[in-house]
Design a protein around this ligand. Structure first.
Ligand code: HEC
Ligand code: HEC
Length: 384
C-alpha cells in the first residue's frame, strides 16, 4: 500500500498498525512522532477516515491508546482489558462466546461487535446509544459486568499512580493530563487505526480486476445485490462500501430470543446434554435478561427488537453473529435470511423468504468470505 502526501514514515511493524501508514500532513517542525496530526492512509474500498475536529489522530495519542486498550489494570480488579473481549487475533471480537464474559465471570448481555472499521460508525453499540468513540469507552470501563470500575475518578486516580503512564498523557495532549476526555481521545485514536479493506471484493469492484473474484463469488455478489436483497441494508457505494446503512432493523431474531422455550437443553459436560423444563430453569437460575434493542434508547415502539446494521468486512473472522451471537456460522446466517428471518410479525418488510437454491446459498457464503481485508500486518497490532 502506498500513500501520497507522506512527509515521514515509520515502518509499519514498529507502529504495529493494521498495515496503515501514518503520514504527517505538514512538514514536522522537530522530531516526528509526537504532537503533529497524522493522516491515516485508508485501504482500497473505504471512504476517507472521519474523526472529530477536536481530536485529530497523532502518533503519540495512537500509541497511548494502544497501551490503554491492552492494559488489564484499567479494570477494577486488574483482570480485564478491552482486548480480552475485542481480541485482535479473533477479528477484534470473541469467537468462542455468544456473549463475552466480563468482570468476575459475569456474562455480558450482548455479543461483542468487531472493532474493525469502527471509525465509520456514526453511532456505537448495537442500539446506537453512544455517538462518539471518545465517550463510548466509559461504557465498558464503568459497566459492572464488564470492567466494573466504580467511577471515572477511580480510573483516573489509578492511571495517575502508575509510573509507566507518568508524563504520557501530558506529552500526547499538549500538557493535559489523564482525564475523562484524554482517556477517551487516546483510545478513540487507536481504534480509528483498526481498518479492514482492500479485500478481493474491493479489487474486483473498485480496482477493476475482473479476476479478483471466482465465478462462485461473482454469483454470490449478484445474489447479494439482487434476489437476496442484502444490499438494501448492507450498502455498497459507487466508490466505497461500508456494508451498512447504520440504521436499526428488526430481523426477527430478537423477538424469537425473547420468547422463552418450554424446554431447554443444558450442557452438563462437553457433548453431554439433558433436557430441563423452562420452569425448573427459572427456579434455579437468573431470569434471561430482556433486550428490546433500539427501543430501549428511542422508546419508539417501532424500534422494538431493532438493532444497528453491522458492517460485513472481515465477517468470516468475526463469528458468532447477530447482537446475541446466536448464529454460529455464515451458513447459518444465510439460511436464516433464506427462511425469511426470525418470522416475527413486526419484523422489517425487507426481510422475507428468499427461496434461494443450495448453489445460491453457498455462493452467498463464498462472497461474504471474499470480504476479508488484506492486512498482513494486522495481527501485529497486539500488545504495545
Ligand atoms: C466484557 C467484554 C468487553 C470489554 C472488556 C469491552 N467491551 Fe467493548 N463491547 C462489548 C460488547 C458486548 C459490546 C456491545 C454492547 C451493546 O451493544 O450493548 C461492545 C461494544 C463496543 C463498541 C461499539 C462497537 C459498535 O460496533 O458499535 C466499541 C467501540 C467498544 N466496545 C470498545 C471497547 C473499548 C475501547 C473497551 C475498553 C475500554 C471495551 N470495548 C471493553 C464487550 C466488551
Ligand atoms: C432489513 C435490513 C437487512 C437486510 C435486508 C439484510 N440484513 Fe443482514 N443484518 C441486518 C441487521 C439489522 C443485522 C444485525 C441483527 C442483530 O444484531 O441482531 C444484520 C446482521 C447480519 C450479519 C451478521 C453480522 C454480525 O457481525 O453479526 C450478516 C452476516 C448479515 N446480516 C448478512 C446479510 C445477508 C447475506 C443478507 C441478504 C441475504 C442480509 N444480511 C440482509 C440488516 C439487514
Amino acid at each position: 500500500m502506498t500513500s501520497r502526501r507522506c512527509c515521514w514514515r515509520r515502518p509499519i511493524a514498529e507502529l504495529g498498525l493494521l498495515g496503515v501508514l501514518l503520514c504527517s500532513a505538514a512538514v514536522p517542525a522537530q522530531t516526528p512522532g509526537a504532537a503533529e496530526a497524522v493522516s491515516i492512509a485508508v485501504p482500497l474500498g473505504l471512504p476517507p477516515l472521519p474523526y472529530p475536529a477536536h481530536n485529530p489522530p497523532t502518533a503519540a495519542k495512537i500509541e497511548l491508546g494502544r497501551k490503554l486498550f491492552f492494559d488489564r489494570r484499567l479494570s477494577f480488579n486488574g483482570t480485564m482489558s478491552c482486548a480480552m473481549c475485542h481480541v485482535p487475533e479473533q477479528g477484534f471480537t470473541s469467537n468462542e462466546l455468544q456473549t463475552p464474559v466480563g468482570n468476575e465471570g459475569a456474562s455480558v448481555r450482548r455479543n461483542a461487535p468487531t472493532l474493525l472499521d469502527v471509525a465509520y460508525h456514526p453511532r456505537l453499540f448495537h442500539d446506537g446509544r453512544d455517538g462518539a468513540l471518545e465517550t463510548q469507552v466509559w461504557g465498558p470501563l464503568l459497566a459492572p459486568d464488564e470492567m466494573a470500575n466504580p467511577s471515572v475518578g477511580h480510573v483516573l486516580d489509578r492511571l495517575r499512580a502508575l509510573p509507566d503512564y507518568a508524563g504520557r498523557f501530558e506529552a500526547a495532549f499538549a500538557g493535559r493530563g489523564a482525564s475523562a476526555d484524554t482517556v477517551g481521545e487516546a483510545l478513540a485514536s487507536f481504534e480509528r487505526t483498526l481498518l479492514s479493506g482492500d479485500s478481493r471484493f474491493d479489487r474486483y469492484r473498485y480496482a477493476g480486476d475482473p479476476d479478483a473474484l471466482s465465478a462462485e463469488e461473482k454469483l454470490g455478489y449478484a445474489v447479494f445485490i439482487g434476489s437476496g436483497r442484502c444490499a438494501a441494508c448492507h450498502l455498497i457505494g459507487e466508490r466505497s462500501a461500508l456494508f451498512s446503512d447504520f440504521r436499526y432493523h428488526n430481523t426477527g431474531i430478537g423477538r424469537l430470543r425473547g420468547q422463552s422455550p418450554r424446554q431447554v437443553e443444558i450442557e452438563l459436560a462437553p457433548g453431554v446434554s439433558a433436557p430441563v423444563s423452562a420452569a425448573t430453569l427459572r427456579s434455579i437460575g437468573a431470569p434471561p435478561r430482556s433486550d428490546l434493542g433500539r427501543f430501549e434508547i428511542s422508546l419508539d415502539p417501532a424500534d422494538r427488537w431493532a438493532y444497528k446494521t453491522p458492517m460485513l468486512r472481515d465477517i468470516a473472522r468475526t463469528a458468532p453473529y447477530m447482537h446475541d451471537g446466536s448464529l454460529p456460522t455464515l451458513e447459518a446466517v444465510v439460511a436464516f435470511y433464506d427462511r425469511g428471518g426470525g418470522g416475527a410479525p413486526d419484523q422489517s418488510p425487507l426481510i422475507a423468504p428468499l427461496g434461494l437454491s443450495a448453489a445460491e446459498r453457498a455462493a452467498l457464503v463464498a462472497f461474504l468470505k471474499a470480504l476479508d481485508g488484506r492486512q498482513p500486518e494486522r495481527d501485529r497490532s497486539s500488545a504495545p
